[in-house]
Design a protein around this ligand. Structure first.
Ligand SMILES: NC(=O)c1ccc[n+]([C@@H]2O[C@H](COP(=O)([O-])OP(=O)(O)OC[C@H]3O[C@@H](n4cnc5c(N)ncnc54)[C@H](OP(=O)(O)O)[C@@H]3O)[C@@H](O)[C@H]2O)c1
Length: 354
């Protein structure tokens, strides 16, 4: 991928004798970064528009959304990211952004499921990222058809957070109708989907959030809401069959205390301490007794995107969008997410709002 400074790009664009039509189609705007750091290191640049390989589609991005995943790649706050292939000293991939919704513009010769003009949504984690841009290419498997009743902005707010909640509750938590399910961090991206999905699966849902988000949790269907600024659910005697921890912090021992016999704890995220305790001690603490302590490492699949599309079209689940930012203000969007109190999802609009 070639990078151009905006200034030289302008000259190319307007040079009178250039093959201007070809050139106009060759470049696009994208958010890029060449060193780890705060959102200040992000730049909006003119870069070469990608071309799809044989098994890839070229998507005109209409909207993206930001996730803690992007924050980790931006800041390398979790040092593991560096050794796991993102780049030891500086990012290998200058492009950010996983969640995306847009329109297929071109397809590679081996693409069989999607056609130019199709409206899609997807998750580019594991497919090279890059949704904070006007165009992106990825394998067709990264996408599913966009829910027909959703705008591009709403669709972009779905993939990573919703699939994490789905895989946490269903694949790891083995959620069953009638179970008492608790969602800690119920007001963020993962949590707002988790509350709605747990209701869809027939559970009795307790949502944990701060005072200002109590009404939102109720409106998403939570049967009980506990304001964590007033009450510590791990000390109030409630016992749950399944706990999904999306945010905040409690020790593993405290979570275990809040599980009913046979109950399952699934860590999706939260403070670094919460994440590392679950990773390092979860299986050890599950050896004795009937309560299981584990985590979810979400793997985006087309199948789960299609599953979510069905629920969204049926109105069983709705995306909650807190704020929208234009592409050029992606740094602001990430800064807001990094403060840790987004209510639902933060969306990037590419081009006109849609
Ligand atoms: N395991 C995986 O595969 C996977 C995939 C995606 C995300 N994740 C992780 O999941 C976590 C949540 O992601 P997200 O998208 O939901 O994040 P998010 O949208 O940024 O979460 C923000 C929400 O967290 C709530 N929160 C903050 N402090 C809290 C506390 N002490 N107790 C309860 N809630 C609190 C805030 O509500 P208040 O303002 O009310 O406090 C806010 O609504 C992140 O750590 C992310 O890295 C993991």
């Amino acid at each position: 991928m070639g990078f151009l400074a905006s200034g030289s790009m302008r000259q190319d664009y307007w040079y009178p004798n250039s093959d201007i039509n070809v050139r106009e189609g060759r470049f696009m705007k994208a958010i890029v970064y060449t060193r780890y750091g705060s959102p200040d290191v992000l730049q909006l640049k003119d870069v070469e528009k990608p071309a799809p390989r044989d098994n890839e589609v070229l998507v005109r991005v209409r909207a993206a959304s930001v996730n803690a995943y992007d924050w980790h790649f931006l800041t390398a706050d979790i040092s593991l990211i560096r050794v796991m292939g993102a780049g030891l000293l500086r990012p290998k991939n200058p492009r950010l952004g996983a969640d995306v919704a847009g329109q297929i513009e071109a397809v590679g010769r081996n693409v069989s499921q999607l056609r130019p003009g199709d409206e899609v949504f997807g998750d580019l984690a594991g497919h090279g990222n890059g949704s904070f841009a006007e165009y992106v290419t990825a394998s067709e498997n990264a996408f599913a058809l966009k829910p027909a009743n959703l705008s591009f902005e709403e669709a972009a707010a779905v993939p990573m957070a919703a699939v994490t909640a789905l895989q946490g509750l269903r694949n790891e938590g083995h959620i069953q109708p009638g179970q008492k399910v608790l969602i800690n961090g119920a007001s963020g991206g993962v949590g707002t989907y988790a509350v709605q999905l747990a209701k869809y699966f027939g559970a009795e849902v307790t949502a944990i959030c701060s005072t200002g988000n109590v009404d939102q949790a109720r409106s998403l269907g939570a049967d009980h809401v506990i304001d964590y600024t007033r009450e510590d659910f791990t000390r109030s005697g409630g016992r749950y069959d399944l706990i999904l921890a999306a945010n905040g912090y409690h020790s593993l021992a405290a979570y275990k205390r809040a599980l009913a016999p046979g109950g399952v704890y699934v860590m999706a995220g939260g403070t670094a301490a919460q994440i590392f305790q679950a990773m390092l001690l979860g299986s050890l603490m599950s050896i004795t007794g009937s309560r299981k302590m584990g985590g979810v490492s979400a793997r985006p699949t087309q199948e789960d995107l299609v599953f979510m599309k069905g629920l969204l079209e049926a109105g069983k689940v709705v995306p909650v969008i807190d704020r929208r930012y234009p592409l050029r203000e992606t740094a602001e969007a990430l800064r807001y997410l990094g403060e840790g109190h987004a209510r639902g999802k933060v969306v990037i609009t590419v081009g006109d709002p849609v």
